[in-house]
Design a protein around this ligand. Structure first.
Ligand SMILES: [Zn+2]
Length: 270
């Protein structure tokens, strides 16, 4: 495998039920990585990590242009190739952070993986939250992108995003996600905006969801000990006060995602 004079050697290959890139969902699917026999011992200790970084190599994915539409959505303004996650790159190396479900000798079961069957894997690294994650990192406002995704799909994506911070996709987390998404629609911006501030008097799961989606540290997000099931989200002089409904009591994230806003919370705006 030669890329610009640098030789890359596959250390293994992806084994997946998906063989055509067109059939690969954006988030990826559960898959296996079969490491070559000569590298098996090099995996020792990887099983002690819950997540790994997988570097794959996409064959023949040449850059077509130095500017691309993010996620291939033509209504979004173009950005530079290197400011995007386009697969068509100078060196078509992919980077995926994925959950390591198990290691069986030289086979790693992971979920999800956004690479199709047969993709050469050129490296595996353990994922360290202490060095690989920057909680308050800033990104361009994603609201324009979010609005183009069907709401049901977007909410599932946001629950997944928030569960990376919270550790599970529980009903409380889904309630927090529903509140965060409604706030984004009312304020017409991504909650990661530095102007957005939160005061939460709601339970830990709901507050975690809002914190995950705001990327806010204690300067922008305060948690109160006096719990009264309210979350206030402000941006400049706009104030949204969410009061979480006590009835019905949701038991699963799925129920929350199917419910109407009015069943989950009441919203007062200033
Ligand atoms: Zn929870």
């Amino acid at each position: 495998m030669k890329t610009g004079g640098i030789t890359l050697r596959p250390i293994g290959y992806v084994r997946s039920s998906v063989t055509d890139p067109k059939d690969l969902p954006f988030e990826g699917v559960p898959a296996q990585i079969e490491i070559l026999e000569r590298w098996e011992e090099a995996l020792d200790g990887i099983e002690n990590y819950s997540h790994i970084i997988v570097l794959g190599h996409l064959n023949g994915a040449e850059p077509r242009s130095l500017k691309v539409h993010p996620m291939g959505i033509s209504s979004l303004p173009e950005v530079g190739l290197l400011a995007s996650r386009s697969p068509h790159r100078p060196n078509p190396i992919t980077v995926t952070v994925t959950r390591l479900l198990r290691r069986k000798s030289r086979t790693l079961s992971v979920d999800p993986l956004d690479l199709i069957d047969g993709t050469p894997v050129v490296d595996i690294k353990p994922y360290h939250p202490s060095t690989d994650s920057v909680f308050g990192a800033t990104t361009p406002d994603r609201f324009g992108l979010f609005r183009l995704i069907p709401e049901e799909e977007l909410l599932r994506h946001l629950v997944r995003e928030a569960s990376r911070f919270h550790g599970e996709a529980c009903a409380g987390l889904a309630i927090g996600v529903r509140i965060a998404w409604r706030a984004m629609k009312e304020l017409a911006c991504d909650l990661r905006s530095r102007e957005v501030e939160v005061l939460s008097k709601a339970g830990g799961c709901m507050t975690d969801a809002v914190q995950a989606l705001t990327g806010a540290n204690s300067k922008r997000l305060r948690r109160s000990d006096e719990l009264d099931d309210t979350i206030a989200i402000t941006k400049g002089d706009r104030k949204l006060a969410f009061a979480i409904s006590q009835d019905p009591r949701f038991r699963e994230a799925e129920e929350v995602l199917r419910a109407r806003d009015e069943e989950i919370f009441t919203l007062h705006m200033k």
